[in-house]
Design a binder for this molecule. Structure first.
Ligand code: ADP
Ligand code: MP5
Length: 281
């Protein structure tokens, strides 16, 4: 009998349930993989913002990593909010030690409400310790700018930033386009070390219920990789997953509400022409 694919998310807890560990585990469940979790920080958070952050000690992160590593056969994992350089080093050490493959790094920096989910001092640690271990890095536009120092204003600066991220050691990158507000579509740019690139484009959905889109997208890629999908197909599924999750809002909370993780399985994207994903080479 084939075993259920097993995945890991190393991320922060969102008490509001829309982002972080909670979004990741819901996404794993919806995509039929088993999810384990290592919590790096507890946030007091809801759809209106983050009111407090309690980072775990490096030792607490270490013990969680050892516990999951000693029991599960992890075929893919993702990192989200890591908060400080001590935690980043602990995570990088474990990825080396356990020889984990299919590592998706979502370089979470700032919450939609403006709270710092990564301390300023830790940006260098992400670049030095984590990017070289990544099969895929999934920055949004502000994160790609922070990692590269390149302002992303057009297609050519986006490509330049992606190339610079690969030069830091990542095997591939997808720069997500949710923050490019001047467009009527949401476009993600994927570049691999062999120079191959793809653009994934969908209609932009007009909604403020976007809390946790980045976490959900990276978790969906991770789930598909755990099942043995190729990276470019895993990204396609993730884009479909987020398109479905954004287009059937739950209308929960008073601020930036959570996306609807259950919408993809309901096959909503396949039913509606407007939710098609186009892929360009
Ligand atoms: N309004 C929107 N309509 C359709 N897709 C969106 C929208 N906003 C974000 N996305 C998609 O959600 C995913 C996360 O993107 P983004 O919002 O840039 O990341 P983050 O949540 O990390 O800031 C990407 O696949 C992006 O294309
Ligand atoms: C614990 C945690 N991790 C990640 C995010 C980013 O999610 P978003 O960019 O959608 O606010 C968040 N708000 N909270």
């Amino acid at each position: 009998m084939t075993k259920t694919p097993q995945t890991l998310t190393i991320a922060g807890s969102d008490s509001g349930g829309g982002a972080g560990i909670q979004a990741d585990l819901k996404t794993f469940q919806e995509l039929d993989v088993y999810g384990t979790s290592v919590i790096t920080a507890v946030t007091a958070q809801n759809t209106m913002g983050v009111s407090a952050i309690y980072p775990m000690s490096a030792q607490a992160v270490h013990m969680q990593l050892e516990a999951v590593a000693s029991d599960f056969e992890l075929t893919a994992l993702k990192t989200g909010m890591l908060f400080n350089s001590e935690i980043i080093k602990e995570v990088a050490t474990a990825i080396h030690k356990f020889d984990w493959k299919n590592v998706v790094v979502d370089p979470v920096m700032i919450a939609k409400g403006g709270a710092d989910l990564l301390q300023q001092e830790a940006v260098d640690a992400v670049k030095t310790h984590l990017l070289p271990l990544a099969l895929l890095v999934t920055p949004n536009i502000p994160e790609a700018e922070a990692l590269t120092g390149i302002p992303i204003t057009n297609v050519s600066s986006r490509q330049h930033a992606a190339e610079k991220i690969l030069s830091l050691g990542a095997k591939s990158v997808v720069i997500k386009g949710g923050h490019a507000m001047d467009r009527d579509y949401a476009e993600d740019y994927f570049l691999q070390a062999n120079g191959e690139s793809f653009v994934y484009r969908s209609a932009r959905i007009s909604t403020k219920q976007t809390h946790g889109t980045g976490c959900t997208f990276a978790a969906a890629v991770t789930a598909e990789l755990a099942k043995g999908q190729q990276l470019k197909d895993a990204i396609f599924t993730a884009k479909q997953f987020i398109q479905a999750a954004l287009s059937e809002p739950l209308n929960i909370g008073q601020g930036h509400g959570p996306t609807n993780h259950a919408a993809y399985k309901a096959r909503i994207v396949e039913k509606r022409e407007a939710h098609k994903i186009e892929v360009f080479y």
